[in-house]
Design a protein around this ligand. Structure first.
Ligand code: HEM
Length: 482
């Protein structure tokens, strides 16, 4: 990496994408990385190449014109109210994809090169033979298409519909000669219907409601998308930042793309972790009730507090440690609750982001080092959710996160924190949402705050398949055409 380019992404203050040198940078970085695309529907086309490598490379170079840059994403954001039909598009390659194309894959610790299937051991992932069939195959790449109007997308789980769409919309009539669609995943943003209180597809609500962009929820019923690393001036301006600073330098998610793009400084991309996580809402509910009963003893069962202990936030988003604040509140840490008597040490958001606490328990750690483990989450729920009906399986989360280094970021969160029953303190148990593998009981604080009950809350989320990808720089993709 050149000195010039490295200093560009090691920015110490939020950036303005309309100002140079960031405008040029953002014209070549794919969208959704530094800021979520925010569309209500998304289609994920997972593919395996089968054409001649040179032909597939040329095709990737040709379709680069349809992909959305971070810069265009900002422009589209201004127009979306008037035009809900604007399609957002990304393309990703796995290490197998790079190898197939005879291209040099981006450098990272071993994780990306090995791919998700071979990293299962360190992540306690269920064995690949238990994954959904398509994911047991080699996966070379993925196309992501997203739009507020699902009629504009090939929103169907039949791969031939997607192949047909690519033929007519992206001038790729020979797509089926170049690649096979291994599977298609359909993502639907969920929200809480303000009238009925039901969790529903946000895009199914009348336009007057969707226009105001109601917050997103996930299938267990919690508000999602609150706490993220933030990169842009416009995202951070006006936020209260006294205990937790969401700012992150671009180097948290961007790395130099190793392939030439014709410019002296080169382009940037990001590593994407894609995991299909099935959620078992019945098991979740049963365990919530069991835990609520244990915490209540002979007193009143408080389901809302119990749900909040599991996530670290109430279902509407308020942190469990301070129910008086707004649902989107994120300016807090755990300094005043060191032993987890308000927010359990194993609560999902506390395991996934200890907000500086690791420096308290581990003398070799610093807050700055801990912040390097942060990920940028861009997941979207899958599965049908009909108004007034109980959740019908199969459903879950197409978990996606961007980072500059998969081993240091996603794998550290999953393997060393979520799955580790001794993190941050001895025998506190695994993360009740994302923890995988051997689970002992966890300790849950009683309402009085002076004792705990022990109960094992686990196995409500199950990995069905996934892969590690890289989102190449747009200029690098364009250069493949030559
Ligand atoms: C089906 C599985 C999952 C569900 C339902 C889920 C749900 C949630 C919810 C509701 C929040 C709180 C909203 C927010 O702060 O934005 C959250 C936060 C978070 N989750 Fe998950 N999550 C899942 C899997 C994962 C996995 C696998 C990881 C990483 C290994 C992860 C990492 C995080 C992080 C980093 C945060 C933000 C914590 C913070 O900064 O306070 N999640 N998740």
């Amino acid at each position: 990496m050149t000195a010039r380019s490295s200093s560009l992404i090691n920015n110490t203050a939020p950036v303005d994408p309309t100002q140079e040198p960031f405008q040029t940078l953002f014209k070549n970085v794919q969208g959704n990385i530094v800021k979520g695309h925010g569309r209500d529907y998304a289609v994920h086309l997972l593919m395996k190449f089968k054409g001649q490598p040179a032909d597939v490379r040329t095709w990737l170079g040709t379709i680069a014109q349809y992909l959305t840059s971070a810069f265009q994403q900002e422009e589209h954001a201004q127009q979306r109210g008037e035009n809900p039909h604007v399609i957002f598009a990304n393309v990703f390659l796995s290490a197998d994809g790079y190898r197939y194309l005879n291209l040099v894959p981006p450098q990272e610790l071993l994780a990306f090169h090995q791919g998700m299937k071979r990293r299962g051991g360190i992540l306690n992932d269920p064995s690949v033979d238990t994954w959904e069939l398509p994911y047991r195959e080699r996966i070379d790449g993925m196309i992501l298409l997203a739009c507020d109007d699902r009629a504009c997308l090939p929103f169907s789980d039949d791969p031939s519909d997607a192949a047909c769409w690519l033929g007519s919309n992206w001038g790729s009539p020979y797509f089926s000669d170049l690649a096979e669609l291994v599977t298609v995943e359909l993502g639907r943003v969920l929200t809480k219907d303000p009238n009925s209180g039901d969790i529903v597809e946000r895009g199914s609500l009348p336009t007057s409601l969707t226009a105001s962009k109601l917050p997103s929820f996930e299938h267990f019923g919690y508000r999602d998308g609150i706490s993220q690393p933030l990169f842009l001036k416009g995202q951070i301006a006006g936020l209260s930042v006294t205990q937790w600073d969401p700012f992150a330098p671009l180097s948290l998610v961007l790395v130099q793309d190793p392939l030439p793009d014709g410019s002296p400084s080169g382009g940037y991309g990001s590593f994407l972790v894609f995991r299909k996580l099935q959620q078992d809402c019945d098991r979740f509910q049963t365990q919530v009730e069991e835990l609520a009963a244990r915490l209540a003893g002979s007193g009143h069962r408080d389901l809302a507090r119990t749900q909040a202990l599991i996530m670290g936030r109430f279902q509407d988003g308020r942190p469990v440690s301070d129910p008086s604040v707004s649902p989107a509140f994120n300016d807090f840490d755990f300094t005043a609750d060191r032993y987890g008597m308000q927010c359990p040490l194993q609560a999902h958001i506390r395991k996934a982001n200890p907000r500086g606490e690791t420096a308290v328990w581990n003398t070799r750690q610093t807050v700055e080092k801990e912040r390097r483990h942060r990920i940028v989450r861009r997941g979207i729920p899958y599965g049908l959710r009909r108004k007034g009906e109980a959740p019908q399986p199969p459903l879950g989360l197409l978990f996606m996160c961007y980072q500059a280094n998969i081993a240091v970021q996603f794998e550290h969160l999953q393997g060393n924190w979520a799955n580790n029953r001794h993190f941050p303190l001895w025998e506190h148990g695994i993360d009740p949402i994302s923890g995988q593998g051997y689970s002992t009981v966890q300790r849950w604080p009683t309402p009085s705050g002076c004792g705990t009950v022990s109960l094992r809350f686990s196995d409500t989320v199950r990995l069905r398949g996934g892969e590690y990808f890289f989102a190449p720089s747009l200029n690098v993709l364009r250069a493949l055409k030559k």
